[in-house]
Design a protein. Structure first.
Lengths: 230, 230
DNA sequence: GCATATTTGTCCGTATGTATA
DNA sequence: CTATACATACGGACAAATATG
């Protein structure tokens, strides 16, 4: 195991909360999901059972349950008899992820007229948060706000299952962001497009919003692919 | 445990194949998923670790990994310190499942012009299979063909992730079909609508196809809800 | 309401098979 | 090719929670 990975693991140990409300395996999965999506555990990293297990103070059985969850969410891959690794996205993965986003998000904005006021408000808030974070130069937060904006778009549809599915799609896409060298340059230009899009949605012009979002996502996909290794 | 459930479990034992290519937990999950989606294990059934584990000849640890997978797919629910049960859908679940289907399937048919010929052919085949099964009076197969038709509609989008997501949505929806008393009367009227819809899609009229599919799904949702207990 | 039996949650030790240095 | 490291799967143990009489 690389030293960097070891640091990430030992860092996990302190995260263990005292109370065991949900199952241990789920809490372990939560912690590791966090570390994977925030980039502490880079794509391709190996996740050895005993190193991670001892770092978090859980048994192999419990850890394996957590691994199984992460594999199911596509944040990790399990190679039979070889171990578990942080997922490394291929170009085809990125293409598929944007295909899903385009289909679902476009459909959601087109039906935005039926959305609840709370969902609209959440979307507007995400736009404002992104602009505020950019003004203050807090670039990681800009990326976070951008993701919340898109999650808010999905929430316009009012479907818990679609929400969760797209949350997973977003988490997976973050794996691609972390191999980028300059996330700031990637997210910044979309701030104004987010505002324009939100305005169209609030105005009830679903058709125009959908068209704008389609080109938005196509641009983002192209730019992201340009940053990815072969 | 009820005698009926015990039968379902003992029936599983003989299913164990000789070679262990994928992991044991996954094979166990496959078997139980099959039994749940085909109705052998009714919604609400308890799945005791001891009984299921011994019936399938796997240890508790392995079985718990399989359970975790099924819970993640929403085919089962785990109540802390109480055990695992086959999922029982609420009316809100059914409503959400149809919301997802409507959004995704409608978006897929609207973009059907970009679909591959193979995807179109699969859709046409599902329509023909359904009509053939109905003509021969094989009603369970009519239901199967109908699900394949809708899965083919999703496949028009060409996204593996959307495919898998909707396959899971379909599996979950089957839980509602199994509490219905007369599945035949439910599926039969949709045979001709499937054919009409396929014709519109093949003609490239995505807009008309989408409108037709939207009312189709709204009708199906209403009828299914009418058969569900409070 | 109480005492008991059952079941789950969690952990450990170990045997076996597989991949890699 | 051997040796080492590791993953897979099993069985047993015990505490805690739940169900049952």
């Amino acid at each position: 195991m690389s030293p960097a990975a070891a640091d990430a693991f030992t860092a996990l140990a302190s995260d263990r909360g005292g109370l065991a409300r949900s199952s241990t395996a789920e809490r372990v999965a939560d912690i590791m999901r966090e570390r994977i999506t925030d980039g502490s555990l880079a794509p391709g990293s190996r996740l050895p059972e005993d190193a991670v297990g001892s770092a978090l103070g859980v048994s192999r059985n419990t850890l394996r349950e957590a691994f199984r969850l992460l594999v199911h969410e596509r944040l990790a891959v399990a190679e039979f008899n070889r171990g578990v690794f942080v997922r490394r996205l291929t170009r085809d993965d990125v293409i598929d992820l944007y295909r899903v986003r385009s289909l679902v998000e476009c459909a959601a904005v087109r039906r935005a007229a039926e959305a609840t006021p709370a969902a609209i408000a959440a979307m507007r808030q995400a736009v404002a948060d992104g602009e505020q974070a950019a003004a203050a130069g807090r670039w990681p937060e800009v990326g976070t706000a951008n993701m919340r904006f898109h999650q808010a778009i999905v929430a316009l549809s009012g479907s818990p299952r679609l929400d969760e599915f797209m949350r997973q799609v977003t988490a997976e896409l973050r794996l691609a962001f972390h191999v980028m060298e300059n996330p700031r340059a990637f997210h910044e230009p979309y701030l104004s497009r987010n505002r324009d899009l939100a305005a169209l949605i609030e105005a009830g012009d679903g058709v125009a919003a959908e068209r704008q979002l389609a080109t938005y996502l196509a641009d983002a996909e192209r730019e992201l692919l340009a940053t990815q290794p072969a």
